[in-house]
Design a protein around this ligand. Sequence first.
Ligand code: 3PG
Length: 306
Amino acid sequence: MKVLVATEKPFAAVAVEGIKDVILDAGYVLEVLEKYTDKSQLLDAVQDADALIVRSDKVDAEVLDAAKQLKIVVRAGAGYDNVDLEAATAHGVCVENTPGQNSNAVAELVFGMAVMAVRNMYNGTSGTELKDKSLGIHAFGQVGRNVARIAKGFGMAVSALDPYCPDEVMTEAGVTPVHDIKSLYADNKIVSLHIPATAETRGSVGYDLVTLMPKGGVLVNTARKEVIDEEGLMKALRERTDLKYVADVRPDRADEMEAEFAGRVFFTPKKMGAQTSEANINAGIAAARQVVAFLKDGIDRFRVNK
Ligand code: 3PG
C-alpha cells in the first residue's frame, strides 16, 4: 500500500518524520511530494497511491480520475472545501478531515492579527488595547472556541453566533450567544470569522454587515477568502475610513485593497494560520493514523462525504 503526502505548502520536517513513523509502522510505503509547482506532478504521483494526505491542495475530479487505486483522502486540517466530495463519492473514495488538530494555531494568529490592527499595523502611532473591548466570534467551532479561551486572557467581552451550536456550549465557555447576525456585527469592535466556505456562506460577509460595525471596528478573517464579498467589503472600507480588515487569506483583489486602503488592511502572503510545528505534527500525525485505521480496520469516524 502506498500513502502519498502531497503538500504544495509543506508540513514542518518534524511532522513529516512523525507521519513517516506511523505509515512505516503499519507496513506501508510513504511518498512525499512537497512544494509541487504543477498539477501534473500530483497527477503522476497519485496514480498508484492507495491513500492521499493533503492540506489545502486541490483534489478535484481530474486528480481522482488519475488515482486509480485511491481509497481515502485525508485533509490534514479543518476545511475541506479543496476536495470535490461528490467526485470522491462517485469514485468510491472516503474523504476525512482532522477537526481540531490545528485550531489553536489559527486561534493564536487571530490575536496576532487583531493586536496588529489595533496598534495601527505597528506604524509607530498610538493605538488601542484589546482589554475590555467586545469580540464577536462568527461560528463557534473548534477555532472559535479556542479564540474565546484566549480572548478571556485579554480581558475581552466575548459573544458568538453559530446556528449549529447549542447556546449551552457557549455559555459554559463564558460566551454570550447571539442569534441575529446583524447584532454580531453591530455590537462588536472586533469580529473574527470562522465560518467554512460552503454554498451557504460564500460571499456572505460584505457591505451590509461590515458597515454595521462600530467606530474603529476590525474584521479578522482567518477562515476563507471566499466567504467575503470583496466588492462589498471594498465599498464599506471606502465609506467607513475608520474600519480595518486583516486576513490570513489573501483576497483576490488584495493588490487593489493594499493600494486603496494602505495602513488599514493586512494580508499574509500565504495562509499562515496552521503553519506551526505543533499544528503540523497534530494534524499530520492524526491524518496518518486515520489513513491506517481506515485501510486496516475500515474505521471512518471522520468521514465528511457520503
Ligand atoms: C484548515 O482548514 O485546516 C486551515 O485553513 C489550514 O489550512 P492549511 O493546512 O492549508 O494551512
